[in-house]
Design a protein around this ligand. Structure first.
Ligand code: PRP
Ligand code: MG
Length: 212
């Protein structure tokens, strides 16, 4: 029995599609309802909050996981990345009110000293430090697009997929930073102790995402 952690929310459909194409059992997973542990033939799936998926493999609760590279970077814990599925593509970006985006578009130096709302504080600190731009951070756990409108922050650092949420909240990208996609990861101990069992699954997922 292999345990596979998957993120709940908007990435779950892409994850289930990848697993199905790889020939893994997904019938019960598709019909999970409010269940967070789903047992199929020789697989157990754990449905976890996206930001907690890296910890599930790190602490050995799961052998494998599909997780966004955004949450993997933010978690900052040592995992073995087995492959980039190329699915769930989006991008990390700094965004702000339209006038600010017009003024600073592409140039982050103008953000010096401003307050940035994000749920990715670790990644934001690293990104702005690489640019040599000092900022103040406001940690929120989601819906960060609210912050500029409420005067809680000047701009945001978040993941952008379609751009729909930014647009709906009067915000625009100032600068795109890191591309994001779903990665297949494993805990270091699972790779060391269970590679014989993991190998076939990794190969099947690799072939499935290459073929798609
Ligand atoms: C994510 C992200 C953006 C939005 C991007 O939020 O934080 O707000 O999706 O997608 P879009 O460009 O297609 O609009 P999510 O809905 O996952 O919720 P959260 O921010 O409250 O965690
Ligand atoms: Mg959001």
């Amino acid at each position: 029995m292999l345990t596979f952690a998957l993120p709940t929310g908007r990435s779950l459909d892409s994850c289930v599609d990848i697993l199905e194409r790889a020939g893994l059992p997904t019938a019960k997973l598709k019909d999970a309802g409010r269940n967070l542990v789903i047992e199929e033939t020789s697989f157990r799936y754990l449905l976890s909050k996206p930001s907690d998926v890296p910890a599930m493999v790190y602490y050995g609760a799961a052998d494998l996981a599909l997780a966004g590279s955004d949450v993997i970077e933010e978690a900052g814990i040592a995992l073995t990345e087995l492959l980039d599925t190329g699915r769930g593509r989006c991008v990390m970006a700094v965004a702000g009110p339209e006038e600010m985006a017009e003024k600073f578009g592409g140039h982050v130096s103008g953000l010096m000293g401003l307050k940035v709302a994000t749920k990715y504080t670790r990644l934001a600190e690293k990104t702005f430090a690489e640019w040599g731009v000092q900022i103040k951070l406001l940690k929120l756990n989601g819906s960060v697009e609210l912050a500029p409108a409420l005067g809680l922050a000047d701009c945001i650092f978040d993941v952008v997929q379609t751009g729909g949420t930014l647009k709906a909240n009067g915000l625009r990208v100032i600068k795109e930073t890191m591309p994001v996609s779903l990665r297949l990861v494993a805990g270091i101990s699972s790779v060391q102790l269970r590679w014989g069992s993991l190998f076939g699954v990794v190969e099947a997922i690799d072939s499935a995402v290459r073929a798609a």
